[in-house]
Design a protein around this ligand. Structure first.
Ligand code: NAD
Length: 341
């Protein structure tokens, strides 16, 4: 039986990944500061631990796992990453985790490790034209990410690659582009555009108004969680190390995203454009490399995943859950726990 370790198993992508690995018959240990928020973990064993502590990382990697997935990070959507208020925590917490994980993985004979980087590493000047952003993997340098979150991801990519070069650690690195789906943050300040818009549309009556940050003409692409996991597993089990984009090439403006959600909800909603953190003007995945190396790329249309996400968020609102950690067992680490004490 394949032995797998998922770091960040209480998070959005990590909790879905654990479910997927269990359907494949893997023996899974999950580690996180907290249990998954919206459903019970599917992991065989779940360890509550702070991965900024070296001893905790060593204890988590106490045997030569066949696969390790490093998803733990201090992260969130634009409201968390682009305000500047969380920069020190984002850089310090995620770098500490990655420093510990890379070194311990190399020392403890981990067979293969996946690291989740981000499209936020791409230089801001390549993303000024909303219709033609350049996010080819080889455009990452000279580097100029538009957030400290992106700089930390770039640093950690380089660190994992250094451990591969000097210690033979088998790394696989992906740059995710806006992953979304059910059971992700939707109302806790860390939600991203698809979840935030689904929530706003679900909460407003037909004919009402919702707030949109900026003029809504900024462009992005959004990847449904199932396709993200498919890409992660294909990459990890391939001979290609990356870094490679895992994202959708279906670029839409935020205004178009709102229109899609309104169509799904069957509502007419007007937009009020307000000042807010918006990030770069345009961003889209470039899938030439993944298609060439893995002979696969995400292909699902955005509306399919949006429909499932809207239904889940509308059900949360309907049930009046408002961010209640219903399924969580044991003490939940609040956001403050990831801050320096
Ligand atoms: P998430 O915030 O839902 O999950 C991250 C998990 O890491 C959380 O459960 C958090 O508790 C955990 N964590 C944070 N600090 C920790 C610590 N000190 N010790 C132990 N656990 C800790 O985020 P996600 O959307 O699931 O993203 C997973 C990974 O993918 C992250 O590295 C993120 O940066 C990357 N990524 C995600 C997206 C996206 O669109 N979701 C895009 C680009 C990159």
């Amino acid at each position: 039986m394949k032995q797998v370790l998922v770091l960040g198993a209480g998070g959005f992508i990590g909790s879905h990944l654990v479910k997927r690995l269990k359907t494949e018959g893997c023996l899974v240990r999950g580690v996180d500061l907290k249990y998954p928020r919206y459903s019970e973990t599917a992991a065989d064993e779940f360890v509550i631990a702070d991965l900024r502590e070296t001893a905790n990382v060593r204890a988590a990697m106490d045997r030569p796992f066949d696969e390790v997935y490093q998803l733990a990070a201090d992260m969130g959507g634009a409201g968390f990453v682009f305000t500047g208020s969380h920069d020190a925590d984002i850089m310090h917490n995620s770098a500490m985790i990655n420093l510990n994980v890379a070194e311990t993985a190399a020392k403890n004979g981990i067979r293969r490790i996946f690291y989740s980087s981000s499209a936020c590493i791409y230089p801001r000047e390549n993303q000024i034209d909303r219709d033609n952003p350049n996010c080819r993997e080889d455009s990452a340098y000279p580097a100029d990410p538009d957030s400290e979150y992106g700089w930390e991801k770039l640093f950690s990519e380089r660190m994992f690659m250094s451990f591969a070069r000097n210690y033979g650690l088998e790394c696989r690195i992906a740059r995710f582009h806006n992953v979304f789906g059910p059971e992700g943050s939707w109302n806790d300040g860390r939600e991203k555009a698809p979840a935030a818009i689904c929530r706003k549309v679900a909460e407003v009556p037909d004919g009402g108004e919702i707030e949109i940050w900026g003029d809504g003409e900024q462009t992005r692409s959004f990847l449904y969680i199932d396709e993200c996991l498919e890409g992660v597993l294909r990459l990890t089990r391939s001979d290609f190390a990356g870094p490679v984009n895992i994202g959708s090439e279906q670029m839409v403006s935020i205004n178009t995203l709102v229109d899609m959600v309104c169509a799904i909800a069957g509502k007419q909603v007007s937009r009020k454009h307000v000042t807010g953190p918006i990030g770069v003007r345009g961003r889209n995945s470039d899938n030439d490399l993944i298609q060439r190396e893995l002979n696969w790329a995400p292909a699902e249309v955005l509306e399919a995943g949006l429909g499932k996400t809207y239904a889940w968020i509308a059900a949360q609102i309907e049930a009046g859950k408002s961010d209640v950690d219903k399924h969580a067992r044991g003490p939940i680490a609040s956001r403050a726990v990831t801050h320096l004490s």
